[in-house]
Design a protein around this ligand. Structure first.
Ligand SMILES: [Zn+2]
Length: 125
């Protein structure tokens, strides 16, 4: 499942962030998922449940996510905006040399950690 491998990668990032700040648990995190990543929300939830059950670090974590629409910029005619008709072409002039400006990637945002008092201010790089 594509969504599980995405979340496994996210988990590795969370684990690294938790290690860095000496956190014992992740409380909350937010994903911004590009439209092109083709993530199915239901499958993302399912994958998260699987991972939560396996990893104590995120056992109580809340996951929020939003889908970032694909945005194109066309160097030919200057179009800037969403794609149409599910092809990565400029919807105005048909050029295929468009740049994908947004909606392609996956971002991890707003991570909330549970940090024990004795570890406050810690930064392990
Ligand atoms: Zn164009």
């Amino acid at each position: 499942m594509h969504e599980l491998s995405i979340l496994q990668a996210i988990y590795l990032s969370l684990r690294e962030i938790a290690r860095r700040y000496g956190a014992r648990r992740v409380l909350r995190f937010r994903l911004e998922v590009g439209e092109l990543a083709n993530v199915v929300p239901e499958l993302l939830e399912e994958a998260f449940a699987v991972l939560k059950a396996a990893e104590p670090l995120i056992a109580d974590a809340v996951m929020e996510y939003s889908i970032v629409p694909l945005t194109l910029r066309c160097p030919e005619c200057g179009y800037y905006g969403p794609w149409r008709e599910r092809t990565v072409r400029c919807p105005e002039c048909g050029s295929a040399t468009v740049d994908v400006v947004d909606g392609e990637d996956l971002y991890l945002r707003d991570v909330e950690l549970d940090i024990p008092e004795e570890n406050y201010g810690q930064d392990n790089g």
